[in-house]
Unconditional design. Structure first.
Length: 342
């Protein structure tokens, strides 16, 4: 495949990935409103996708021996943590708001770099962080005394913090030890497959899926006044919003560059907000929409300005949700290059 065709197909795949990830919240929220616990939706999503990707896990089974901590971290943070916080937040606040809060992750990464790793950050990075926080204040309308549910906002922030944890892990995860060139970078397909598998196992302990209200899946949920079969929504979440979203995202990063794929991934928040507006009637005000644009701009600047791994370290190309949404493990092309982990 020539370079031009590869870039075109990569761009198409990146758009497909962003749209697929962006649809997860819109498909999950009707199930939650119909009576399914958010943690049970999260468990069903991770477990279903893990089963679909079992052939990939078997193909890359050597990763369990070579990169156990990377796989465990991806499973606990980018899969279980991000998705559990994101879906639980959806039960209390609008889809678009929850996902935009998660897009604070790049700004929070800069705080980690500056105050924990004690590495300098650029002026552009500081500007990106300020823009992201300022835009978020418009999204949540702080001047009105936070009209949105406070616990829902904290849960969405928890998703962002889990995403930060994955970014930090990914910064150290492409080789076993600093300076170790004996082992090649972990294949992102394998990282995704085992991350979903480990995440599903962790969620089994927390969610206790044997208590799932199964009749919700055999019944219907309301989407824009239309009754949709619950099992159909779950199939969409598993096959499209998870398996397809992760795989197309990884292939897109390989055919484009992490930087370009990361920019396209920002469309996830736009897609999620528009779909929630049309299908769930979650209308955002003009100020909130403007704030959302500023959040994404700040996240983009912060991502581009985050110091890369130190010499001898590379960053694995694996997408971390979000939640959900990112988000960009992950979703994450060159893990810190993409913010979504749903």
């Amino acid at each position: 495949m020539d370079v031009s065709r590869a870039r075109t197909s990569g761009l198409v795949l990146a758009l497909v990935s962003a749209c697929a990830f962006g649809s997860s919240g819109v498909a999950a929220k009707p199930l939650i409103e119909a009576g399914l616990e958010p943690l049970h939706v999260t468990w069903l999503r991770a477990t279903g996708a893990a089963l679909v990707l079992l052939p990939l896990a078997w193909r890359h089974r050597a990763l369990v021996r070579e990169r156990p901590w990377l796989l465990l971290g991806f499973g606990l943070l980018a899969v279980a943590g991000v998705q559990a916080f994101y879906f639980t937040a959806l039960s209390r606040i609008p889809v678009g708001v929850a996902l935009l809060i998660e897009y604070l992750a790049p700004a929070l990464v800069l705080l980690w770099v500056r105050f924990v790793q004690r590495r300098t950050v650029t002026r552009a990075a500081a500007v990106g962080m300020v823009l992201a926080v300022g835009g978020l204040s418009c999204v949540v309308e702080v001047w009105a005394g936070l009209r949105l549910d406070g616990l829902g906002l904290l849960l969405a922030l928890g998703a962002a913090c889990c995403q930060v944890g994955y970014f930090v892990l990914a910064d150290h995860g492409s080789t076993a030890e600093e300076g170790d060139t004996a082992k090649p970078p972990a294949d992102p397909m394998g990282v995704i497959a085992y991350g979903l598998l480990f995440g599903a196992l962790a969620l089994t302990v927390v969610a206790r899926p044997w208590r799932t209200d199964w009749p919700v899946l055999t019944g219907t949920a309301t989407v824009h006044g239309t009754q949709v079969h619950g099992l159909g929504l779950l199939v969409w979440i598993v096959l499209v919003a998870t398996a397809t979203a992760y795989l197309t995202g990884v292939v897109a990063v390989r055919r484009l560059s992490p930087a370009v794929a990361g920019v396209v991934a920002c469309l996830e928040a736009v897609v999620a907000t528009v779909l929630a507006w049309v299908l769930l009637e979650e209308h955002l005000s003009a100020v909130q929409l403007a704030g959302g644009v500023v959040v994404l701009l700040g996240a983009f600047i912060a991502q581009r300005s985050t110091p890369k791994a130190r010499s001898g370290e590379a960053v694995p190309e694996a997408r971390a949700d979000p939640a959900a949404g990112s988000g960009t493990a992950p979703g994450t092309g060159g893990a810190a290059e993409d913010v979504s982990a749903r």
